[in-house]
Design a protein around this ligand. Structure first.
Ligand code: G1P
Ligand code: ZN
Length: 561
């Protein structure tokens, strides 16, 4: 029996503009009649000629409203001429896994249902992100096209008669408007786990954990009730033989247990506390959709994400994937600490500085100019897929610990001995009013064209910095020449220290100011100092210069990392 499709009339909704990483709004916004359908139709329409007869991947982090969204997407794909939808069991696929599956099965792209590290539940956030055929987030050209379509949409196509059971693994076949249409429900973890086993030597990591040649390494992995739970169970408990108490919060919950599923020192405080007690030698946490990671050593020794990616880039000999494919180049997002630049310089490799957001790494990887990259926001990854990858980062770290036969802290100390230390911190001021934040950014931006700023000395206590240059970061993609403007105001000091201000592009309402501070030290007596103490003078200088408290009314940040 051929199922019938319908064209339904609709009207545009304001603000369906994808941000740093897809469209993120409150669940209640997505639940409005036609809201989700409109946006999905714009994604499908933006695919143009590559839509008819294609295969798409659909999955998400299991948050509230995910299953409803999967159902809508399947019915709309059927009506829009898609040939096949590959969907994760119960709608569950981590963001890195979606990227892996798109690439493995060479599909036209995929739709990721997540608001990443934003809280979930009926009163929290949902998100929809489109990934293209390379497995990575759609670039600006595509997201702008989606947004433009959303402003003029008058109808969408749907086939309500496609009733699909996503709790059953296997193929479900339909005939829609006389065309064949297939939904294939896949195991949420298989493809990803197989790939990780190709990239890393699981035997070596297993030996490290069980202590084959010394003391066992006790690990504690906190999945924060996000999507990584089933991946953690399979990889760390079943494949790598870690004991059952090595993994916590591995049941995915629609509201992440009411917490912020963000792996940082504030929101993963439980992990920090457990590690401080000293029983564990290694700790890690992931965000809701599994692309972010936090790495801790014994007694909660904190590895900044900017250092983490630099260490991985410096130790690729211990990772089979890089021995096989080589390391083609390195990159970081602009606000990320510059530790990786030093590794690139020593190894004679290219290093790229891109705007905030993983989508900017994709072109460089596709052009074989980039292998390892990271963001200060707990994003670390490589060209094995086109998303950042939390579990990959942990496996990379464990491989390095096994190879170097060192603790996390020893690896860092040895890294700083070679390269010096880029002290880094980020202050977030969440949920501010938008208006005053925009004004503050405009004032900072104007400093860039004020000639009297260069050479100006700024002091706090006994520290004095001299401004070398102020600009608003602009990026020209070296592969396709597209330009991204207004990516954050940088205040560059004459000694290489940096202050960066930008507004978040992932919030679902209001504004979040991010202040990034970095200072480089080559004197080894400073390496073990507390980063917050070292950076305090520069933080105070940044706050005075920006008049942040006057503009936002905030005297303290919401989160410090
Ligand atoms: C934040 C991070 C950014 C990351 C993005 C998606 O974006 O700062 O590095 O790529 O989340 O995980 P922001 O809210 O700053 O725009
Ligand atoms: Zn995420």
């Amino acid at each position: 029996m051929s199922l019938t499709c319908f064209t339904k009339s609709t009207r545009p909704f304001e603000g369906q503009k994808p941000g740093t990483s897809g469209l993120r709004k409150a669940v209640k916004v997505f639940q409005q009649e036609n809201y989700t359908e409109n946006f999905v139709q714009c994604i499908l329409s933006a695919m143009g000629g590559s839509l008819t007869g294609c295969t798409l991947v659909v999955g998400g982090d299991g948050r509230f409203f995910g299953k409803e969204a999967v159902d809508i997407i399947i019915k709309m794909c059927a009506a829009n001429g898609v040939r096949k939808v590959i969907v994760g069991h119960d709608g569950i696929l981590s963001t890195p896994c979606v990227s892996c599956v798109i690439r493995k099965y060479k599909t036209a792209g995929g739709i990721v249902l997540t608001a990443s590290h934003n809280p979930g539940g009926p009163n929290a956030d949902f998100g929809i992100k489109f990934n293209i055929s390379n497995g990575g987030p759609a670039p600006d050209g595509v997201t702008n096209a989606i947004y433009d379509l959303s402003k003029h949409i008058v109808e969408y196509r749907i086939c309500p008669e496609v009733k699909c059971n996503i709790s059953v693994i296997g193929k479900q076949e339909y005939v829609v408007d006389s065309r064949p249409f297939t939904v294939e429900v896949i195991d949420s973890v298989n493809d990803y786990v197989e790939y990780m086993k190709e990239i890393f030597d699981f035997g070596i990591i297993k030996d490290l954990i069980r202590g084959a040649s010394g003391t066992p390494l006790k690990v504690l992995i906190n999945a924060m009730h996000g999507v990584t739970g089933p991946y953690v169970r399979r990889i760390f408990l079943e494949e790598l033989g870690a004991s059952a108490d090595s993994a916590v919060n591995i049941e995915p919950l629609e509201d992440f247990g009411g917490h912020h599923p963000d792996p940082n020192l504030t929101y993963a405080a439980d992990l920090v506390k457990a590690l401080k007690e000293g029983e564990y030698g290694f700790g890690a946490a992931f965000d809701g959709d599994g692309d972010r990671n936090m790495i801790l050593g014994h007694k909660a020794f904190f590895v900044t994400p900017s250092d983490s990616v630099a260490v991985i880039a410096d130790n690729t000999d211990y990772i089979p994937y890089f021995k096989k494919h080589g390391v083609k180049g390195l990159a970081r997002s602009m606000p990320t600490g510059c530790a990786i630049d030093r590794v690139a310089e020593k190894k004679g490799m290219e290093v790229f500085e891109v705007p905030t957001g993983w989508k900017y790494f994709g072109n460089l990887m596709d052009a074989d100019r980039l292998s390892i990259c990271g963001e200060e926001s707990f994003g670390t990854g490589s060209d094995h897929i086109r998303e950042k990858d939390g579990i990959w980062a942990v496996l990379a770290w464990l491989s390095i610990l096994a190879g170097r036969k060192m603790s996390v802290e020893q690896v860092l100390l040895s890294h700083w001995d070679t390269y010096g230390r880029n002290f880094f911190t980020r202050y977030d001021y969440e949920n501010c009013e938008s208006e005053p934040c925009n004004k503050m950014m405009a004032v900072l931006d104007a400093m860039g064209s004020d000639k009297s700023m260069a050479g100006k000395k700024l002091s706090y206590g006994d520290k004095t910095y001299t401004i070398a240059k102020i600009d608003n970061f602009e990026y020209r993609d070296p592969i396709d020449g597209t330009v991204a403007k207004n990516q954050g105001v940088r205040i560059l000091m004459s000694d290489g220290s940096r202050v960066v201000f930008r507004l978040s592009g992932t919030g679902s309402s209001g504004a979040t100011v991010r202040l990034y501070i970095e200072s480089y030290e080559s004197n080894s007596s400073t390496f073990t100092k507390n980063a917050q103490e070292v950076l305090k003078p520069l933080v105070e200088i940044a706050l005075q210069l920006s008049k942040l408290t006057e503009f936002t009314g905030r005297t303290l940040p919401t989160v410090i990392t």
